[in-house]
Each structure stands twice: as C-alpha cells, then as structure tokens.
Design a protein around this ligand. Structure first.
Ligand SMILES: [Zn+2]
Length: 281
C-alpha cells in the first residue's frame, strides 16, 4: 500500500512523500512554488471546481476567460466542401479548442499562445487563411490537436507533420509564400517544479505503480498556475520566434505514432468526492 503525504510550508514549499506500508520513504518529491503562484493556483482550482457544477461549461475556468493577453483568432476557411474562400472571417477561441480537445491543459495553452504568435507573423493583417498553412508539431496529444484545429493543417492531407525534434514549439509555414517561422518556449518560463512532478507521475505510470490522487491534484494546480502566468504575460516575452529562410517542408512525419498520454490516469481515485453526474462515463 502506498501512503501519500503532502505538506505545505509557510514559504510555499510543497513536499510530497511516498511511503510503502512498513517501509521507509520510497520517494520524496519537493516542489517549490512561489507562494503567491501556488495560492493563485489553489484559488483557481477551487473556482474551477465550483464552475464544474454549472451548465456544462466548467471545463473552462474563470481565470482563463479573464486572462489579460488571451485574444480570439480571426480565420478564414472555405464556404463548403467545394466552396470558395470565405468572404467573412470567423473568430475561434481557446475555449472552442478546449471543448473539442476535452480539457484545458498547459499544453493546449502553450500551443495556443505559440501558434497565435506564429500565425500573426505569417498573416500580419490579422486574418489567418487556414487554407494556406502547414505545420510541424511534436507528437503530443495536446499540441497536435492545436496544430490541426487552429491552423487548418491536417495529417491526412500531408500538411501536418509530426517530428519530436521541434520540442515544445512548432514550425509554421504559409504555403503560398513559403515564409516559415519556428516558435518555441522561452527557456525558464515553464515552472521547473511542475515539470519535475509531471515527469515523476509519468515514470510511475510507466512502471505500473500507483499515482496518489494528491500528486495529480498538485500537478494540475501547478500546470494551471503556469497557464495562468502565460496568459497574463505579453506573448513576445514567453515565445521565441525564428524566421526560417528557404524552409523545405518535410515529406513525412518522423514520429507518426505515439500512445495517448492524457488518459493514463483516467481511473485514478480523487481526493475530493465528486457529484455522481461527473463520475458517470
Ligand atoms: Zn491536453
């Protein structure tokens, strides 16, 4: 039996200790957050939990809806299956994408911000022609969904290629002009403690070991704190943009298949009992 304990010290340091019954500490993970960030995350998590009670919109927390630098993206597509390019642009939002992806997560938020920067670079008039974009993404469940749904690029049409060497970022090319940009995360922006905890949970899952519900809660709180920080930061301070001269779009994906990773804890227990309706599958 694994016993999980969590301690929050006055300076905002969170310590998770895992013990096996009758044994000493198996693993000790210390997660240091600035207390203000952690407190904000806790507050947002509580707000998010409260919203889950209402109207089926609880997947999208208030802190995202109210974020300072989050803007919708204006796009054009075609009018029909054999249609011409739209005469009027439409607005798409991070909330639209979260609804279709299944959740709002740090990967989706990162992708939204990075791809918004890349697309505005390629379409300086502010309207993205989604018939004219191709993308290279690493193969992760959140960034590939964003790479397709924000840009119009598609795996089945050869306009969305999967290559893990791009790291936490994308290469985005405007097909008609050949202009290409690579966007990536500014070093040090992601919370190192959250990355450490994420890797720890993934390692446990890979070994078939139990993940304590407190660990999942703490990761989600840290990821939300990061997402909140990102959406309240000027994008140019969080995203590195590099113009790629004479970029040749790849003819195939280097990493076409990867197991789905955002469902590995779907059956893990919760620390707080949930209303019956949210437990139904
Ligand atoms: Zn996700």
């Amino acid at each position: 039996m694994i016993v999980q304990t969590k301690e929050l010290s006055r300076d905002g340091e969170v310590t998770l200790s895992r013990r096996a019954q009758g044994q000493g500490i198996l693993r000790r993970v210390t997660v240091s957050f600035a207390l203000s960030i952690f407190a904000a995350a806790l507050g947002s998590a509580q707000a998010s939990h409260a919203q889950k009670q209402s109207g089926g919109e609880g997947f999208y927390p208030a802190w995202a809806a109210q974020a300072r630098y989050l803007q919708p993206l204006m796009v054009v597509d075609t009018d029909s299956a054999l249609g011409r390019r739209n005469l009027q642009p439409k607005s798409i939002t991070l909330k639209d994408m979260a609804r279709m992806h299944g959740h709002l997560c740090d990967g989706l938020v990162t992708s939204w911000v990075q791809l918004s920067v890349a697309l505005h670079e390629l379409f300086p008039d502010g309207v993205v022609d989604r018939t004219d974009v191709r993308v290279v993404s690493r193969n992760c469940p959140c960034c590939v969904d964003a790479g397709a749904w924000m840009t119009g690029a598609r795996i089945n049409q050869g306009t969305l290629m999967l290559d893990n060497s791009v790291g936490v970022g994308f290469i985005v090319q405007r097909i008609s002009t050949g202009q290409a940009v690579q966007v990536s995360q500014r070093p040090g922006f992601y919370l190192a403690a959250v990355a450490e905890l994420e890797q720890s949970i993934r390692n446990l899952c890979a070994r078939g070991e139990a993940v304590a519900p407190e660990e999942i809660d703490l990761f989600e709180q840290g990821a939300d704190a990061y997402s909140r920080k990102l959406l309240n930061t000027p994008p140019e301070q969080a995203v590195v943009v590099e113009l790629l001269a004479d970029y040749h779009f790849p003819g195939r994906s280097q990493n076409p298949i990867a197991p789905r990773s955002d469902t590995i804890n779907r059956d893990a227990p919760r620390t707080v009992p949930q209303p019956a309706a949210t437990q139904q599958r």
